[in-house]
Design a binder for this molecule. Structure first.
Ligand code: ATP
Ligand code: MG
Length: 356
């Protein structure tokens, strides 16, 4: 196992930053911690790095309990958002720094820095100072400093958030290539669910210091455990509507919309009582337009060429986003009817738990 956390907790005074976090990150995988600001992502990463003490639980890296081990002895390397390069040192010396500290032989320092520079295509920049580099190049130097240490685990804390949108997309691809090339375990923190979806083999969604769900990106997208994960993963977000279970026949349930005669149907195999108030969730691309269905008024239509987004409102004033593929008929100002296949209608109870 690359990294295993068992019942890890962190308190700052009486504040619980992390509660009972348990996870297994297989060797060689790319794990992402994602969640809103303040959910405890950085704290958890810093605990794995050893920069923050644990208040409870156990951290194991490569089958060794490191809970009480010094950061330098954990064989991890961390890359920060702000690069933290030494401005007076060249790119070469920035990357060589930790190896020089460790008094590695000159020939080895040279070999490892050249190798990292080759992987990151920084060869021609080695003599430059950080101030002579672009943001993306500086971030590559910061990653290079981690690579030369040949860590068991790479830890990234929002490394791309200082870059502009285009460069972020490019660096995202480079990180995926780097991961394939090195085959090392990587743990990456971000609040951006698109970064999480595109980079990860394994995503951990956090909220309020608690892991909400762990799984492969598309497993979280298709089969969220709760309303928070359902709403957090995916852009535009899933639509939620308050309903009541009006009827049930076997697995098929009829979900009556509040204050409306319209209903959706869904399939539930577990407990769900007629009369229970639940919320339904439908992704923007899963609404069908036309036929019988929930009438909504389209307020704005964004036509992007390949897709369009309809921003609509129900009679009771709820906002609904609908995604259409390829269609170019203008629907601004019109009333359309929305329906969805039962398998695309997810159901959540009053506490936000998914009913299946
Ligand atoms: N040294 C500290 N002392 C007290 N509270 C702290 C300390 N460090 C973090 N916290 C609190 O712990 C919680 C988690 O912080 P953390 O930095 O891990 O969040 P995050 O998920 O990384 O957020 P962001 O996306 O904003 O970086 C926050 O509420 C924060 O205020
Ligand atoms: Mg953070």
């Amino acid at each position: 196992m690359g990294v295993r956390l068992t019942n890890v907790a962190k308190t700052f005074g009486s504040f619980h930053a992390l509660r009972d976090v348990s996870m297994e990150i297989p060797t060689g995988s790319f794990a992402v911690f994602v969640g809103p600001s303040g959910c405890g992502k950085s704290t958890l990463l810093r605990m794995i790095a050893g920069l923050e003490e644990t208040s409870g639980g156990e951290i194991v890296i490569d089958d060794r309990d490191v809970t009480a081990v010094e950061p330098a002895e954990r064989q991890v390397a961390m890359v920060f958002q702000n690069y933290a390069l030494y401005p007076h040192l060249s790119v070469f010396e920035n990357m060589a720094f930790s190896l020089r500290l460790a008094r590695r032989p000159k020939e080895e320092v040279n070999r490892r820095v050249q190798e990292a520079a080759r992987i990151l295509q920084l060869g021609e920049h080695l003599p430059k100072k950080p101030s002579q580099l672009s943001g993306g190049q500086r971030q590559r130097v910061a990653i290079g400093r981690a690579i030369v240490r040949q860590p068991k685990v790479f830890l990234f804390d929002e490394p791309l958030s200082n870059l502009d949108a285009e460069l972020r997309v490019q660096m995202r691809l480079e990180l995926t290539r780097l991961h394939r090339q090195l085959g090392a375990t990587m743990i990456y923190v971000t609040h951006d669910q698109v970064e999480a979806m595109t980079l990860a083999d394994l995503i951990f969604v956090l909220k309020g210091g608690v892991v909400q769900q762990a799984g492969a990106p598309l497993a979280l997208y298709d089969d969220p455990d709760n309303r928070f994960v359902a709403g957090f993963i995916g852009s535009p977000s899933m639509n939620f509507l308050p309903t009541v279970i009006a009827a049930r026949e076997g697995h098929r349930v009829t979900l009556q919309l509040e204050g409306s005669e319209h209903a959706f149907t869904a399939d539930l195999s577990g407990q769900a009582a007629v009369g229970q108030a639940v919320e339904i969730g439908v992704r923007p691309e899963h609404f069908r337009i036309g036929g019988a269905g929930l009438p909504v008024q389209v307020e704005v239509a964004e036509e992007l060429g390949d897709v369009s987004y309809l921003y609509a409102r129900t009679a009771s004033g709820r906002e609904i986003v609908v995604q259409r593929q390829g269609s170019r008929d203008r629907l601004d100002g019109q009333t359309v009817q929305l329906s969805a296949e039962p398998r695309h209608v997810l159901v959540f109870d009053g506490e936000g738990r998914r009913l299946r």
